[in-house]
Write a protein that binds this ligand. Structure first.
Ligand code: ATP
Length: 238
């Protein structure tokens, strides 16, 4: 569902990502971890077409992200590390705007927005201006907005930052449920505990290179360590 082949990105002399290749299947969660500056955000932005690669290709659901951007983006959702929201709009207006971008029929939009707002505890805030929401509430709104069009591929950059334990649990449950229904998820995070709870496979990036990729148990067997944290330090300290 999400496929990168030989992705390379150079910023002038800095090679931020080198020959990055991976595939995320429907019904799978793959976590991208790595030290600061490893190239995670660069990889995710290339995958969703926000950056142009120096080399390599990307496809979402078989659609080339650069040659068939509309087809790819119709089935994709991206949560950036610093999401942009229009502060002057209300929560309801924000979802109306996003629903319009994806051309959702009004009734479908109303039904999905009502369900997701209730799930994320935002129902009472429909008429509140986005600018007045707390950081965590904005994060929940961004998640609601990203799920409105029922994406088949969900790509998330640090989605768990600043969330309270209850919201974190809610998101984990929701991801597990959606993934069981066939969604493919690729996420980057520094929260290794969440990765152990959620991810089917893990890719470890260091200085732009993929230094490990596989199921957590398999990586632990290959490289030693009983926890992802140990494995992470062992591989990235080399
Ligand atoms: P973090 O965990 O800190 O968010 P990351 O793994 O997401 O880091 P990237 O943001 O992808 O890392 O950065 C990878 C490398 O590319 C870093 O060396 C960074 O300084 C460099 N880089 C990123 N964006 C640019 C840019 N616009 N111009 C020049 N260099 C950049």
């Amino acid at each position: 569902m999400i496929k990168a082949v030989g992705l390379t990105k150079r910023y002038g002399r800095v090679e931020a990502l080198k020959e990055f290749s991976l595939e995320v299947q429907p019904g799978e969660i793959l976590a991208l971890v790595g030290p600061n500056g490893a190239g995670k955000t660069t990889a995710l932005k290339l995958l969703v077409g926000l950056l142009t690669p120096s080399a390599g290709t990307v496809s979402i659901g078989g659609y080339d992200v650069f040659r068939q951007p509309l087809e790819a983006k119709r089935i994709l959702a991206f949560l950036p590390d610093q999401p942009f929201l229009y502060e002057q709009l209300t929560v309801g207006e924000t979802l109306g705007f996003i629903g319009g971008v994806y051309r959702l029929p009004p009734q479908t939009l109303r039904q999905r927005a009502t369900e997701l707002l209730s799930l994320f505890g935002l129902s009472d805030l429909v008429d509140h201006r986005v600018g007045r929401l707390s950081f965590g509430m904005k994060s929940r709104l961004v998640l609601v907005a990203s799920l409105l069009h029922e994406p088949q591929a969900l790509i998330m950059d640090e989605p768990f930052f600043g969330l309270d334990p209850k919201t974190l649990q809610l998101i984990k449950r929701l991801l597990v449920e959606r993934v069981r229904q066939g969604m493919a998820v690729l996420l980057s995070t520094h929260q290794l505990g969440v990765v152990e709870d959620l991810a089917h496979r893990v890719a470890i990036l260091d200085r732009g290179r993929t230094i490990a990729l596989g199921a957590l148990d398999e990586l632990k067997r290959l490289h030693g360590g009983t926890r992802l944290e140990e494995l992470f330090f062992h591989l990235t300290d080399r």
